[in-house]
Design a protein around this ligand. Structure first.
Ligand code: GDP
Length: 239
């Protein structure tokens, strides 16, 4: 994929402040220091997204960019440990929680993990949370240049062993290194393929596409964002 434009949209403090849901969104999230800013810079090439994003202090906000006028890149604040929690209990702010659970045009989350580390409880818990909430995601192991290939493979294997019992089919796994400029094409390929699948699924305009199924209409239930999510392509739903 060639990125010809990336325009900063906004820093949203909550879900209601996010732009309309007209474009597919791809969100990047991970623990602080996982290499997210470096990866976003690698993906955006010379456009240097992290630099155009509003400066430090805005890291608790949802930073949104429109790329190639056709999709949005969403830079989510990292998660951390719950204050005072005795055990590793992952926590992120309410806005991110809300965004991940209710944003109907969220097409795929890129969950970033440090390939140089053995499975971190907090990351396992975050992936468990994504899985429990049916958020479509892929796993991206970062900084592969930092450890030996054997260590990277061992860490990936250990992480997948931790989560494999939750899935019939494991989530798709990628590796990248911002330093070695590796993984860009593969990650942009996920976005490309998802966009193609979304376009193929949406097909010709359906005037009554938003009409709720009859059984819901008669019971007076509303179609929730979660149900609308069922229209997401299977491609990015690894379970
Ligand atoms: P963020 O906090 O997740 O946005 O992480 P940053 O992108 O700021 O990176 C955190 C640290 O990891 C910085 O010192 C980066 O230079 C370093 N880093 C990021 N990506 C890579 C990588 O691919 N390889 C190596 N060796 N270091 C990296």
């Amino acid at each position: 994929m060639n990125i010809s434009s990336a325009i900063f949209d906004c820093s949203a403090p909550d879900l209601d402040s996010c732009p309309d849901e007209s474009l597919p969104e791809f969100a990047f999230v991970g623990r602080s220091n996982v290499g997210k800013s470096s990866l976003l810079n690698l993906l955006s090439g010379k456009l240097d997204l992290a630099r155009v994003s509003p400066t430090p202090g805005f890291t608790k906000l949802i930073n949104i960019f429109t790329v190639n006028r056709t999709w949005r890149l969403v830079d989510l604040p990292g998660y951390g440990f719950a204050a005072g929690a005795r055990k590793a209990k992952f926590k992120f702010n309410h806005a991110v929680d809300d965004y991940l659970q209710h944003r109907t045009n969220l097409s795929c989350v890129f969950a970033l993990l440090d390939s140089g580390l053995s499975p971190q409880e907090i990351d396992v818990k975050f992936v468990a949370w994504l899985t429990r909430n049916s958020v479509p995601f892929v796993l991206v192991f970062t900084k592969t240049d930092k450890a030996t290939p054997a260590t990277v493979q061992a860490n990936i294997a250990a992480f997948t062993a931790r989560i494999s019992g939750w899935f019939e089919k494991l989530p798709v796994i990628f590796t990248c290194s911002a330093m070695a400029k590796q993984g860009r094409e593969e990650l942009l390929g996920v976005i490309d393929e998802t966009m193609t699948a979304i376009q193929a699924e949406s097909g010709p305009a359906q005037p009554d596409a938003l009409t709720p199924p009859e059984d819901l209409a008669t019971t007076g239930q509303q179609v929730s964002p979660r149900m609308a999510r069922k229209n997401r392509p299977d491609l990015v739903r690894p379970w």
